[in-house]
Design a protein around this ligand. Sequence first.
Ligand code: ADP
Length: 724
Amino acid sequence: MNDPFTTDTDLIEYILSIQNMGEGDGKSRETGSVSGQFLHFVDEMPGGFFIYHAYGGEELIYANKSMLRIFDCDTMAQFRELTGNSFRGIVHPEDLEAVEESIWRQIRDSQYDLDYVEYRIITRRGEIRWVDDYGHFIHSETAGDVFYVFAGDSTERKRLQREAESQAAEERRQYMDLLEGLSIGYESILYVDLEQDRVQAYRLNDRTRKQFAKELEVRRYSEFAPDYVSTWVHPEDREYVARSTASDDIRRQLAADRTFYVNFRVVKDGSTRYVQLRIVNVGESGSVSKIVMGYQNMDAEIVREIERQQLLKNALESANTAIVAKNAFLANMSHDVRTPMNAIMGFTDLARKHCQDGGKLKYYLDRIEAAGDQLLSLLNGVLEISKIESGNLHIENARCSLTETLQEVRTRAMSRAGAKNITLTLDLSGMEHDIVYSDGAKIGHILSRIVSNGVKYTKENGQVSVFVREERADCADCAMYHFIVQDNGIGIAEDMLARIFQPFEREKNTTQSGVHGTGLGLTIAKSIAEAMGGTVEVVSEVGKGSTFTVTLRLCLRDTQKGISSAKKKKPAPTEGKKRVLIVEDTEINLEIETELLRDAGYLVDVAADGSVAVEKVRNSQPGYYDLILMDIQMPIMDGYRATEEIRSLGDPVLSNIPIVALSANAFDEDKKKSRESGMNAHMEKPIDTPRLMNVISSMLEEGNTELETETCSTPDRSGGTLQS
Ligand code: ADP
């Protein structure tokens, strides 16, 4: 065969033919012929080369010297003996089956009938080495179907590879240990590729396990994130957690910082826990795609810190709300105080100018009085609200007659109703028990406010009806009372209904219509009702009227020893024989009180402070002073001290002079202190003249010095009373 080889089959044919020629005697290897030279070349090739039958016993046909060297064989005969003259003897028995299977699979799948396998061999010295095997399946005319193989000793490469692998495995183990150490405390760790929309779990806890069937499972992140939120996150935190764990938001946050965290609550088996999710950018810097998410149960200290921060936040919010409320309050007060003040000052100027004109003068004085009344009711309202808000509202539990209370409410509103020709009816037929043990004064106060509004906001010739419905309550000793005040007045617009119980809220049309008011009445009524455990409700329709219902649960039996209700005394005429000592440091008050008492026919003496009063009484003849009107806040000696000193005087007549406090200090504690210092009654300023006279005459003419401070109340001349 002198033609050049056109295919490797030709080449193998050639080798086989030469091989056959020299087989047995070795001549072909020794001759200097071309074929001999060629075979010599193949024999001496640095890489291993061998040919074997593809089928049957896979008998070896040829192997070069390199191949023999790989197996530590010096001769072909040794090699044949070692391998059983078969490819099967070349491969380590443990690898053989897999190697054969791999070769044939590759041949089947390969377009060029090529294969590559790697396997162990056992050398003649019993050493195990590794071999690379690049085989080609061909059909030769001489030998039939054969494999020719280029083989090389890959033991060293394999060793290096194994070393590199074990080094990588060691590094990976160290890396995992490091990760484990750093991630201690993270119950659950996820690796996310935002670009690929993949999330893979590295560590799962009892929650995330519900989202992944097993560790290392891969899910779509865009499905996992909302699934986690809806399954575990507390409903109130869901929106913000969903937002913070959405891909876009994570990208935005990690663009600024390498890591951020989200704190939220999870709910499991009905109990709530705080969790911190830390999200770290683990990809290349400058891009946000690969992230690690670690879920950690927050320890008690962090939870406390969060709660502390929440408290601070709430406190700040309430402080801000309080500032807004205070500013609104001051703005309202400023407006509501200025309006009547303006009237007082304006009409005083006019009165001075026209003091000769009796008719005009009277008109101006009436206007000044009305403005004064308005100021007073505002002041009383604000004081009352502040008292209620500060929790200083004391609710009595005394025997009282609802019939009397309601009749008094009606009587108080009658004159205003009469002036507008409004029919004011009281129907008590729905009431079974008249006597209850409660705070009658406060019930009257609540209802007075509402009835007064009914009259105020009902046009002339209208109708205001008060009726009571009594129902069984949940305890045998109590009953539910519904006090219903119905009018056919102007009604209240729907948008206003929700606000009428808030301070200073007045409907525009009532403000514009010129009906006087402070916007505090209903706030007070509702607050008191609530303090008594009750409610105030309203239904109303513009143009048709309003129905207010006050619901209270009242005791029918005396469950607690209460304080007896006020004793009301009829005023007695004064005869001008009695002497009153007015103790007052403010000149204008002194002037008014003196004028009032003189006008009522009393003799008057004055003292500028408590110490002067004590001296005057001490040095007086017993019986000279019949009564003392005592201011409380005074320089040098206040009214309480002065009273105590007078009560400790040696002369029983002097030490028992009736003393009536007349003070701008109007809270329950002030009245209590008056009583404790030894005063007989406590009246509030501004002075309600008829009441003051009533109290004085009751003490002087009827000798009744046992008046309780509860009888001393300042009327709200706009309609309600301010008993407390
Ligand atoms: P005011 O001093 O303005 O009467 P209130 O707190 O008593 O203050 O009432 C608040 C507002 O509720 C009133 O200004 C008025 O607009 C409305 N209002 C209260 N009662 C009635 C009623 N019976 N009919 C119509 N409007 C009413």
